[in-house]
Ligand binder design. Structure first.
Ligand SMILES: Cc1cc2nc3c(=O)[nH]c(=O)nc-3n(C[C@H](O)[C@H](O)[C@H](O)COP(=O)(O)OP(=O)(O)OC[C@H]3O[C@@H](n4cnc5c(N)ncnc54)[C@H](O)[C@@H]3O)c2cc1C
Length: 418
């Protein structure tokens, strides 16, 4: 796998983060091998809501989050917990609560915003090279409030967005109906974010990146990584179900599965799967002009190339349990409450693992122990948007090029001791 005279990098994970890192490493002159047990993009990266979150400077943990949990856990609520996992989840949950302190929220929001500054630029750079800029559309995003209390409940989020100069317009119920006449029922109003873009087919995007990677001479291997053989200076070999391969520079971008891999490098990180679900309606019977987040229901409706995608649910259920089919019904029930006539013929269903840290920030870093080992994982609810910029930053780190932003807030050591 190594090429004499040229630097070589091995990326573990062919999701949006890993493939983006691989493309940027190639730009820096590395020969690159990407290893994934499945085809590119078929982890969490394929099934998301497609939002390229330039307005997402709002962490998941906000002050007062604990008081909202009981309602969120109701049968049709967006939060689910496999109770048997609770003892194992406690350290993660305690850190989540700590991340909701006002001073920490302000720091996290700044760090999210800094990461998003070049989010679109990085994707458009890669999409331009792949000749697929058509996969990104700028139609904005609508946050819908059915009641006044939902509107007031979202005030802290709007305050963070205002602090960071995010543009939005406040719409009353009448204006919302004009923009999305498909929505029925009571309507308090909405916030419209005109600058937000979305991807109309996330899987096609990662596949386009992977095809570009291979066209540029990249080595894409379909193997399950079991671990590393580590010498005095760092990992010498990656061990897979197909054998072992020599490594020098390594990037761990294995999404929700990264925790186990980084342990071998002496790093412990609180990363949990927040299982999310979608249903995709190929012929929904309506055509939305803009993606909609229904604030009180925890769902996002995104018009995509393959139809209308309805996403939602944050389920702490670990990496191994099968999808809970009740979640698909929950998503549909909420969507039909907004748009009663939705047509579900040939509907498809999906569940995937959001790689979630308690503070909503990814890990983008170099191993403290081994200079050749790098991390890019833990992007939680925001990884599709952040994939390309994270790939660019970790590739810069691996190439010893100054990064465009200070990576201190994304260091793995922020969790120590864990
Ligand atoms: C319902 C839902 C809605 C979402 N909506 C949005 C959104 O609108 N906008 C947004 O920005 N983000 C969104 N996200 C989050 C986003 O999808 C993720 O953060 C992102 O896809 C993570 O990408 P990744 O490359 O880190 O992980 P993945 O795409 O999961 O890739 C990791 C890869 O590593 C591979 N791998 C792991 N372990 C091994 C191993 N041992 N050996 C070989 N291969 C291995 C896996 O097979 C996988 O392909 C959403 C997520 C969900 C679930």
């Amino acid at each position: 796998m190594k090429t004499t005279g040229q630097r070589h990098a091995t990326v573990i994970g062919a999701g949006v983060v890993g493939i983006s890192a691989a493309l940027y490493l190639q730009r820096h002159g590395f020969t690159v091998t990407v290893i994934d047990r499945g085809p590119p993009g078929e982890g969490c990266s394929m099934g998301n809501a497609g939002m390229l979150g330039t307005a997402s400077c709002v962490p998941v943990a906000l002050p007062g989050v604990l008081a909202k949990v009981p309602k969120m856990l109701l049968p049709d609520g967006p939060l689910k917990l496999h109770w048997a996992l609770l003892p194992r989840l406690i350290p993660w949950l305690l850190r989540f609560v700590a991340a909701a302190r006002p001073a920490r929220v302000a720091e996290i929001s700044d760090a999210m915003h800094a990461l998003q500054a070049d989010l679109l630029d990085a994707h458009l750079e890669l999409l331009g090279d792949a000749k697929r800029t058509d996969l990104v559309q700028k139609r904005g995003k609508l946050h819908l409030y059915e009641t006044a209390s939902q509107y007031h409940g979202a005030a802290p989020a709007r305050a963070l967005q205002t602090d960071h100069g995010i543009a939005f317009d406040e719409l009353d119920g009448t204006a919302v109906r004009q923009l999305v006449p498909e929505i029925v029922g009571a309507m308090h109003g909405a916030t419209f974010y005109p600058d937000v873009c979305h991807c109309t087919d996330p899987l096609a995007m990662v596949r386009a990146y992977a095809e570009l990677f291979v066209r540029r001479g990249g080595d894409l291997r379909r193997e399950q990584v079991r671990g590393f053989e580590i010498g005095t200076d760092g990992p010498d070999w990656v061990v897979t179900d197909a054998g072992r391969h020599a490594v020098s520079t390594v990037v761990i971008a294995a999404g929700a599965w990264s925790g186990k891999l980084v342990r071998q490098f002496g790093a412990k990180v609180p990363i949990e799967s927040q299982r999310g679900y979608h249903v995709m309606l190929p012929r929904p019977g309506i055509s939305l002009s803009v993606p909609i987040k229904a604030e009180g229901r925890g769902i996002i409706l995104t018009p995509m190339d393959g139809g209308l995608r309805i996403t939602g649910i944050a389920e702490f259920g670990g990496l191994d349990a099968p999808p809970d089919r009740r979640r698909y019904r929950t998503l549909l029930t909420h969507a039909r409450a907004l748009i009663p006539g939705l047509v579900t013929e040939d509907m498809t269903e999906w569940m995937g693992h959001r790689p979630s840290t308690p503070d909503s920030l990814p890990v983008i870093d170099r191993s403290a122990r081994f200079a050749g080992v790098h991390y890019a994982f833990g992007h939680g609810h925001f990884g599709l948007g952040l994939g390309a910029i994270s790939g660019r930053l970790v590739a810069d780190l691996a190439a010893d090029i100054p990064t465009s932003i200070n990576l201190q807030p994304y260091r793995i050591s922020r969790f120590a001791p864990f």
